[in-house]
Design a protein. Structure first.
Length: 206
């Protein structure tokens, strides 16, 4: 029986880095896909694992890409992107929290989370919150899920994991946690209904 639902944050509840490329494409006269890719790789992993500060990470990105941007401007654009809420997920969280323990597990940077906590009060709905910069590892590592299970006192079969990344879903499944790859709030609702986790009469908003 499912007792706990583990949620990803970025691109499930709010925007992470995805979307910043749209703000920069015209300014830099570069393809959006190329811009977004420049934020990934080992520097992003090191940032999310607490091995780099935000300033160090952005410095590496700007140095590698030679973009005509000041670090402060890039910081502001990233934070503006964090304000966007994925449509429909907030009311879904409110419904689920009355029936299940909600856990947040996110690959994120410490500086970004400090800002996000200040602008997104829905994070208070979660019984426990885990970030990669605190755990020292990301969700690509199955051991991350083993650590979370131990800390929340649940067995793998009592949990379900929701994330937009198939790689992260497979890491959770490697330790026995069933996963749903998030595409939209409506799609998630349908998947939860199929598994008997939501009443079929519930409708998301937004």
């Amino acid at each position: 029986m499912i007792k706990t639902i583990i949620f990803d944050l970025s691109e499930v509840l709010i925007s992470g880095l995805v979307g910043i490329e749209l703000s920069l494409a015209q300014r830099l006269q570069l393809p959006a896909e190329e811009i977004l890719a420049a934020f990934g790789g080992e520097p992003l992993k090191a940032l999310c694992c607490g091995e780099l500060t935000e300033d160090e990470y952005l410095g590496q990105v700007l140095q590698a890409q030679q973009w005509p941007l000041a670090p402060a401007e890039l910081k502001q654009l990233i934070r503006q992107n964090f304000h966007y809420q994925i449509p429909g997920t907030a009311p879904l969280l409110t419904t689920l929290t009355s029936r299940y323990d909600l856990i947040l597990l996110s690959d994120h940077a410490q500086e970004w989370i400090t800002y996000i906590r200040a602008v997104h009060p829905t994070l208070t709905l979660f019984k426990a919150i885990f970030f990669s910069f605190e755990l020292g590892q990301t969700k690509k590592n199955p051991a991350t899920f083993q650590q979370v299970l131990a800390r929340i006192g649940r067995r793998a079969e009592e949990c379900i994991f929701i994330d937009d990344s198939l790689t992260n879903i497979k890491a959770a499944e490697a330790v026995g946690i069933a996963g749903i790859q998030f595409q939209s709030a409506a799609q998630l609702q349908q998947e939860l209904n199929k598994r008997g986790i939501l009443n079929h009469g519930f409708r998301t908003q937004g």
